[in-house]
Design a protein around this ligand. Structure first.
Ligand code: ATP
Ligand code: F6P
Length: 474
């Protein structure tokens, strides 16, 4: 065996910014200092300003980076005592309403504090309007007394049309109005907003001691105050990159390569003749799904992705970060050869595929970390088509669909398949389109060392081409 050292997973990337004035020794998978940083992200803003959407995205993003995060939605706590309130419940002169709303907020904060007692739990999002200075001070004092940092995130928006479309998109279908007429629900919700407007206080100079990020009109302007440490700045940077313009992200693996045909992993092989056919077919597949939408194509720096994108009539950009998982000393071997030469490694990979790092190469966890700038750029961008590799595609897919670390490295992504991901309010919609060009299957089940063989027609669901299947993720 070659003498290659294996550094522990997660130890290769150090934080760019260290916690000011604090010293700690532990880092997690992304090199974040975890020992003494627990943050409560407190959402602030009137109803229908995207607070829940932001909260859920932050939880998904942090989870993908192995940072344990959880959202505490006060609305769900309130629903246990008042499942279907009308607008008058939110009138601050309604004493019983005030009591019940306060009780819901207290229950959520109490559960959050309990959750923080478990080691490793780092970021909680308190998802509520938290629209008065008094309420925010109460949360800050409570968190201070537990040694939890607070980061207030306000979404302020006065674009009437956007608020109306938010109400129609997500509020009329909320459990608060289930079984009710959507028009009446929208009217009541607008009245609810008016109740909040009477008492709403935006974050201002009186609260200059708070750590906050104020997002105005979906990022048109962002004001940040007293951002103190690495995790806080990471969350704020992510928030600054979000937009809500309708768009899709298309992902495809490269066409079948000569290495795929021989069952070898890694390398920088050319496309096989069938892979070439897929490259020729891809513009039509994309056009049928995207129409005239302008797209930018991202590829890796490896030949097989550039060859696959060759006929696409769009602007192209190649990224080193999109290169396939580096299989180190196993590069160029078949799974059967790996099992024969490195049996314990072969078994170790099956036992924990996400964390297993090839000798001199990478793990899925490593790939996620190097993909973070890609995800950030994707969040900032509009319509993008990514032509990449099996492991990289699985990691990108896991970000959008919220797949677990146990599942994502085993996900089946057949060759010659185009996947369209469309972010919606609280979920991502998925559609798969299959080109009518056969290819080997490079998927390997746990314990198997079978050679790559042609994908049986039956498992190429959707053939012939263009039969989209819609599925949803988180
Ligand atoms: P509530 O206080 O009733 O829970 P909310 O502020 O949590 O409301 P969401 O339920 O998250 O609002 O609203 C989702 C809608 O907000 C989506 O339609 C989404 O497109 C839109 N949205 C997302 N981000 C923003 C933003 N920064 N400003 C305004 N609207 C946004
Ligand atoms: O076989 C194709 C391939 O892209 C290899 O180059 C890569 O090592 C492998 O897939 C990643 O898939 P898995 O993690 O399932 O081995």
């Amino acid at each position: 065996k070659p003498e290659l050292s294996r550094s522990p997973p997660g130890d290769f990337m150090r934080p760019a910014v260290r916690t000011r004035g604090k010293s700690s020794s532990k880092t997690n998978g992304v090199g974040v200092q975890v020992e003494d940083t627990r943050i409560c992200v407190v959402m602030v803003g009137l109803p229908a300003r995207g607070k829940s959407l932001i909260a859920q995205k932050v939880v998904r993003y942090l989870g993908w980076l192995s940072i344990s995060a959880k959202c505490f939605n006060v609305g769900s706590y309130r629903r246990t005592n008042t499942p279907q309130p009308n607008a008058s419940f939110f009138d601050t002169s309604n004493k019983e309403g005030e009591r019940l709303r306060r009780a819901a907020a207290e229950a959520a904060v109490t559960d959050m504090v309990k959750w923080f007692k478990s080691p490793g739990n780092l970021i909680a999002i308190l998802d509520a309007t938290n629209s008065t200075k008094d309420r925010r001070r109460w949360i800050k004092d409570r968190c201070d007394s537990e040694g939890i940092e607070t980061l207030f995130v306000e979404s302020k928006c006065d674009e009437e049309d956007l608020i109306m479309s938010n109400i129609i998109e997500v509020k009329t279908t909320s459990p608060d109005y289930s079984g009710q007429d959507p028009e009446a629900a929208a009217k009541d919700f607008r009245e609810r907003i008016r109740m909040y407007e009477r008492v709403y206080e935006t974050l201002d100079e009186d609260e200059a001691d708070l750590t906050y990020c104020k997002i105005i009109n979906v990022g048109e302007q962002v004001i940040i105050n007293r951002i103190q440490d690495y995790l806080q700045s990471r969350v704020v940077y992510y928030l600054m990159n979000l937009h809500i313009k309708p768009r899709s992200i298309w992902i495809s693996r490269h066409g079948e390569s000569m290495f795929n045909v021989t069952g070898q992993i890694g390398g920088d092989a050319n496309l096989s003749p069938r892979g070439q056919r897929y490259a020729e077919e891809l513009p039509r597949l994309v056009r049928n799904s995207a129409g005239d939408t302008p797209l930018t194509v991202w590829t890796s720096t490896l030949k097989r992705t550039a060859q696959t994108a060759h006929h696409l009539p769009y602007e192209k950009l190649s990224w080193k970060a999109l290169d396939e998982l580096d299989s180190g000393v196993c590069d160029g071997l078949t799974y059967a050869e790996i099992e024969q030469r490195y049996p314990s490694d072969f078994a170790a990979r099956d036992a924990d595929k996400y964390n297993y790092r090839y000798l001199g190469g990478e793990s899925y966890r490593d790939v996620v970390i190097r993909l973070e700038p890609i995800i950030m750029e994707l969040e900032r961008s509009e319509n993008i088509l990514i032509v990449t590799h099996q492991a990289v595609l699985r990691c990108i897919y896991a970000y959008f669909m919220g797949s677990s670390q146990e599942q994502s490295p085993w996900m089946e992504v057949p060759l010659h398949t185009l996947i369209r991901l469309t972010p919606r309010a609280y979920k991502t919609e998925e559609e798969r389109m299959y080109a009518d060009v056969p290819a080997v299957s490079t998927w390997r089940g746990k314990g198997s060392k079978a050679a790559h063989a042609d994908t049986p027609e039956s498992s190429r669901r959707g053939s012939p081409a263009m039969l989209g299947q819609v599925k949803e993720g988180l």
